[in-house]
Structure formats: C-alpha cells, structure tokens
Design a protein around this ligand. Structure first.
Ligand code: HMG
Ligand code: MG
Length: 313
C-alpha cells in the first residue's frame, strides 16, 4: 500500500485499460435492508457516490411497493437526484413501472429476467417466458423513446431451489433478451455460487451464441467470497462493465441465500492495483460507505472499507 492509502500499481497482461463500474448500492443494496432508509439519506448517498466519481448509479426501482417496500419512495427520490451529471438507471419490471419511470424523465431502464422458473415465480410472479412477454412492450416502448435498456438475468450460475443452472438455459434467456432489444446484459450470480471456470464457460457459450462480450456486464454477489476472482476471470475474457455495491450492501429480498454484492471498494482496490482506470476516488467512496454504515447501524462488510477506515487506529 502507498502512504496515501492506495494500492501499489502493478499491471498484468491482457486486461482492459478502463472498467465502467455500474454502482448498485442504492438499489440492490438498499432494497434488502430491514430498515427503510429515509429518502433524504438515499438522495445524499447517490450524490456522494457521484462525487466519488461513479458515473453509472442505479438509483431505485419502479416495482410494486408491496413487493419491495424499501424502494417505495421511487417517485420522491428520483427527482431529488436527476440533476446529477451521471447515468441513473432504474429497474422497471413492466409497463406500469416504465410509465412511472418515463414520467419522471428516466433515460435508462433495466428489466430483470431469470434463468430459472423458481426465481421467475418468486421475483416476478411469472414463468420465465411470461416474464419475457411482460418485458417485450417495455423494451419496445423504451427503445422507441431512445431510452437505454439493460437486461438483467438472475440465477446464471445456481439457484437456491433448483441447484446448478445449465449454461444452455442461461444462454437461451440471454439471447431472448438481446432479441427483444436490450442494449446491454448483466449476468447475475444472485446467490454468489459462481467460480471463475464457470464464468469463463458461460461467457464463451454466449459468444458462440452470437452475444458479443462488449454488451455483457457481470453482477456478482459475494456469498462465498468468489466475487473478485470471478470478476478477474471476466476481465481476462474482455468484459469491461462490472456491477458493484458501495460498502458491499445488498442481496435480494426474493432469494434468501443472497448476500451482499461485490463491494465497490474491494473492486476499485483490485482494479487500481492492476492499473485499470475507473475514475473513482477510493478515499471518498470509502468515506461514503462508512457514513452509510453509520446510518444503517452496522459496519460495512467490505474488507477494503474496514482496512482503510481502521488504518490510522
Ligand atoms: P403481480 O402481483 O403479478 O402484479 O406482480 P400484477 O401485474 O398482477 O398487478 C397487480 C397490481 O399491482 C395492479 O394494481 C398493478 O397496477 C400493480 P391493481 O390493479 O390491483 O390496483 N402494479 C404496480 N404498481 C406499481 N408499480 C409497478 C406495478 N406493477 C403492477 N411496476 C410485479 C408483478 C412484477 C409487479 C411484482 O412481482 C414486482 O414488483 N416484482 C419486483 C421484485 C423485485 O423488485 N425484486 C428485486 C429486483 S431483482 C434483483 O434484485 C436481482 C438483480 O440484482 C440481479 C441479480 O442479483 O441476480 C437485478
Ligand atoms: Mg443483485
């Protein structure tokens, strides 16, 4: 470590020069907190993340408020952050969600599919194909309005009800999302069971099915401590979009074994150590996660946040 609390930079071969971090703490993180964070605190959180240099900050979800009460204030929150000079994607499961997001001027939306029937039912009250049919008009209308569409795919590696998920099952739903018009895909390891070989196998299978690497992002949860190893494998394959959550907040309310996402600080520590640009100020980001942890009343699970915030003690 350098004297100013940054990792030493030692580049490795065959890695991208720059990575875009898709920050999901305000959405994936806060949707899973037992306590509902006040709207003003969420707005300040998003503002601080932007000040720390994050350029894509998933702000909230326009889902049914009974399904995710923690994000029921989407209508109040979005106008409080929409002036920020960053991309602010929001989750929309259906046309009702899209109407709500468009009415507030959202320019980036994300639909969220599942590779497994069990999770499609638990998360969307639909079969996999019914959910795709629900997304079809959402994506069509968003594209007609030149709104950017991300397609999440959950349970790409394992499912708490169904066990390991066959690669061909994931490829089928990914190609369906692409055919519907998604600009970008995010491969979700919702319960954090992936390992690097599995990640590389899935990425290669997607390429063979005609899905180029430059439209693929990775979304790892860190349940088994594999998120960084999986990320490095994805980077070696050419992926340059990585989802992460400030302070390691997160999980999914409809998958009980899901824990926090890969912590953005842990990701930035590794990327900067490799000499990969992110535009993120690690000190500012860590201070934000320490501030948020105080509001949530529990320490951040991020190893980097803990190490950096205790280094003077
Ligand atoms: P449903 O009960 O089947 O809804 O839920 P419905 O279509 O039958 O409609 C029932 C009522 O809900 C209607 O009202 C609708 O208007 C209303 P009524 O006519 O009875 O008065 N409604 C809505 N209200 C507000 N906003 C809406 C909306 N839609 C319907 N958008 C539904 C279906 C999709 C709505 C529900 O299942 C839902 O909201 N699910 C969201 C679950 C969720 O947000 N999960 C977490 C995000 S996914 C995730 O975290 C994974 C990810 O991180 C990647 C990874 O890690 O794998 C992305
Ligand atoms: Mg997630």
């Amino acid at each position: 470590m350098t004297a100013d609390g940054l990792p030493m930079t030692v580049p490795a071969q065959d890695l991208p020069a720059r990575v875009r971090i898709h920050e999901v703490g305000a959405r994936d993180g806060l949707q899973n907190e037992k306590t509902t964070v006040p709207t003003e605190v969420k707005a300040e959180f998003v503002g601080r993340l932007a000040e720390a240099g994050l350029t894509t900050i998933e702000a909230t979800s326009f889902v049914h408020p009974k399904w995710v009460p923690q994000l029921a204030d989407a209508e109040q929150l979005f106008p409080m952050v929409s002036h920020l000079p960053v991309a602010l994607p929001v989750l929309v499961p259906n046309e009702r969600g899209l109407d709500r997001a468009l009415a507030l001027g959202a320019r980036r939306v994300a639909v969220f599919a599942s590779a497994t029937e069990s999770f499609a039912k638990a998360n969307l009250n639909r079969t996999v194909d019914e959910a795709l049919a629900m997304f079809e008009p959402v994506i069509r209308r968003a594209k007609a309005d030149r709104v950017h569409v991300r397609g999440y795919l959950s349970m790409c590696f394992g499912d708490p009800w169904e066990g390991p998920v066959p690669v061909h099952q994931v490829v089928r739903v990914c190609t369906a999302l692409r055919d519907l018009g998604c600009d970008e895909l995010s491969l979700g390891d919702t319960i954090g069971v992936a390992t690097p070989g599995h990640v590389l196998t899935l990425l290669s299978a997607l390429n063979e099915a005609g899905v180029p690497t430059n439209v693929i992002g990775v979304h790892f949860h860190d349940t088994y401590g594999q998120a960084l190893a999986n990320t490095l494998a994805a980077l070696q394959h050419g992926v340059t979009t990585v989802d992460a959550s400030a302070g390691g907040l997160g999980g999914c309310p409809y998958a009980r074994s899901a824990t926090g996402n890969l912590a953005t600080e842990d990701l930035v520590w590794m990327l900067h150590g490799l000499g990969i640009e992110t535009g993120v100020d690690l000190g500012r980001l860590t201070a934000t996660s320490v501030w948020m942890a105080e509001r949530l009343g529990r320490p951040s699970p991020s190893r980097t946040v803990r190490a950096l915030s205790h280094k003077d003690q």
